[in-house]
Design a protein around this ligand. Structure first.
Ligand code: ZN
Length: 527
């Protein structure tokens, strides 16, 4: 017999006898693996309950290099990595259109807005595999309900999968939105919740810290006060307000409120099959980018998320029953240090300006191809040429060598890959294998440009998007019936979440890249 838990547990740890009524997938958009140690002392709510009473994988780490929001959410939702699911970074370069496209952009669907002003159309058509939610419906119960909410479409859409009963995100036009990929008309309970809880109610609120352990020595202000205000007090809610709202705990509370409304309106977890509820919390990402990983704002965002999750779990305990749902919590990525702070410490750190890289490559190509915009686009680690240029480069050894040499010696660049090097293994070294796990032909760059540690191609205070541990290591916690609480120090990855939840719900994923985290399942002790 295993000793399952020293104290009373909030969740049952008995070996599971029936599939759970509800699977809850919580994704924090930006949460480093060391968040618990750094900021967890003041947690008393939902994060506290998860980390105390759940199975906590302390060495969980994204297994691929390009750690951005869309890639991370799709990985958690499908149990596969970007080279399989195809949801690369936050999007890729469309050579034909000559512009960057967002990962979930889909012009063939219509926006279905809970209000007016929606600007973007999103759907799951670009996601090349089924999600856990899709498989729950396919294998278990076609009437199983699928719900996903997040401020970002690139979080909500992959979390749901190819269908969903209530899937919504907050459009850049500042209105809650879904699309005809999920619903032809607004979902009544979502519409009612938004009508009775306008986002604009937060206008004029001032975000101040509940408490802070910061003494201000790291450059952050432990007594910050951010007002969720419009440019003019007399005017309508405007861009300034919505930007402040997205970057505040009010946004996380809002998506939790939508989730709570879904639990009630759809009676999640009380049907014959297993329902699916996914919630993406993205305030921490906006906050971390602007204030850095060691700011009082980041600390307070997690403290308030702890409270928000506590209320959500209390509601699930009452409405669904504490032994009737399983929870997984993880993050799409962590966050690196502010490059200027690393430089001040004497470290090799800095910023790579994307426009300057492209201009540099174009100058190098001028003697070969004449003046012109040969290199046209650059994402976090991807570099794209104008249509036809890369084929010409591959046919011209001297020109290709000149470009690779120019990029390889560029300040802050660790290594440069030709795309075709990453398409098929086996790979000679760990970095190449890691980069290849987020390489997707036709979406990834012609060249893949890997920055050195502490170097970023980004203008905000801090960034992520690499495979270095500050970006790749994230929390991974499972809790609920059938899961053995404890600290697990073996290797794990966010792509292990969906296969494990599939196992617990009695279904099988088609071709997961992740594995079932059997070490945390009560089944292991059955005899
Ligand atoms: Zn981010």
């Amino acid at each position: 017999m295993a000793v399952l838990s020293a104290g009373a547990s909030a969740w049952s740890v008995a070996a599971q006898t029936a599939p759970p009524g509800l699977v809850v997938v919580l994704v924090v958009d930006q949460m480093r693996a060391d968040t618990l140690e750094r900021y967890g002392a003041g947690w008393t709510g939902g994060l506290r309950r998860l980390f105390d009473d759940g199975a906590v994988f302390r060495e969980a780490k994204h297994s691929y290099f390009g750690t951005l929001t869309c890639a991370g959410h799709a990985t958690i939702a499908t149990g596969t990595i970007p080279s399989t699911h195809g949801m690369l970074l936050d999007g890729w370069w469309d050579a034909v259109a000559g512009r960057r496209v967002r990962c979930t952009a889909d012009d063939s669907v219509e926006a279905v807005a809970y209000g007016s002003g929606a600007r973007e159309q999103h759907g799951p058509a670009t996601m090349r595999v089924a999600s856990l939610a899709d498989e729950l419906r396919l294998q278990n119960d076609p009437s199983a309900q699928v719900v996903a909410f997040a401020v970002k479409a690139r979080a909500a859409v992959p979390l749901a999968g190819h269908r969903g009963d209530a899937v919504a995100w907050f459009d850049p036009g500042n209105v809650w939105t879904t699309s005809t990929a999920f619903a032809e008309t607004p979902v009544p309970f979502v519409a009612e919740h938004i009508r009775t809880h306008p986002v604009e109610d937060a206008r004029g609120q001032v975000w101040t810290p509940v408490s802070s352990t910061s003494d201000g020595t790291n450059g952050s202000d432990p007594h910050f006060a951010h007002r969720l205000a419009s440019e003019s007090d007399a005017g309508e809610a405007d861009r300034a307000f919505y930007t402040a709202w997205r970057r505040s705990p009010w946004a996380d509370e809002y998506v939790a409120g939508l989730a709570t409304a879904a639990v009630d309106a759809l009676e999640l977890g009380r049907g014959p099959g297993t329902d699916y509820l996914a919630v993406g919390f993205s305030a921490a990402d906006y906050v971390g980018h602007d204030f850095g990983p060691h700011s009082a704002e980041v600390e307070d965002t997690y403290l308030r998320l702890d409270r928000t999750l506590g209320r959500l779990f209390d509601h699930l305990d009452t409405a669904v029953g504490r032994d009737r749902y399983v929870v997984a919590l993880s993050a799409d990525h962590g966050l690196g240090p502010i490059p200027e702070q690393a430089t001040a410490m004497g470290l090799d750190a800095g910023r790579i300006e994307r426009g300057e890289v492209l201009a540099h490559v174009n100058r190098v190509l001028e003697p070969f191809f004449g003046p012109g915009e040969h290199a046209v686009g650059m994402g976090h680690i991807e570099l794209y040429f104008a249509p036809g240029v890369y084929d010409r480069l591959r046919a011209n050894e001297e020109a290709l060598a000149a470009v690779l040499a120019a990029l390889g010696t560029y300040p802050g660049v660790q290594r440069v890959y030709r795309g075709e090097e990453l398409a098929t293994g086996p790979f000679a070294d760990a970095l190449t294998a890691q980069v290849a796990r987020s390489y997707f032909p036709g979406r990834s760059g012609d060249l893949v440009v890997i920055p050195k540690p502490y170097w970023y191609t980004w203008i905000r205070a801090a960034d992520h998007g690499t495979g270095y541990d500050y970006d790749a290591r994230v929390p991974l916690v499972l809790a609920g019936p059938g899961i053995v609480p404890g600290r697990y120090s073996g290797a794990a990855a966010p792509e292990d979440i969906a296969p494990t939840l599939a196992f617990l719900t009695g279904i099988t994923l088609a071709r997961p890249d992740g594995r079932v985290l059997t070490e945390a399942l009560a089944d292991r002790d059955r005899r």
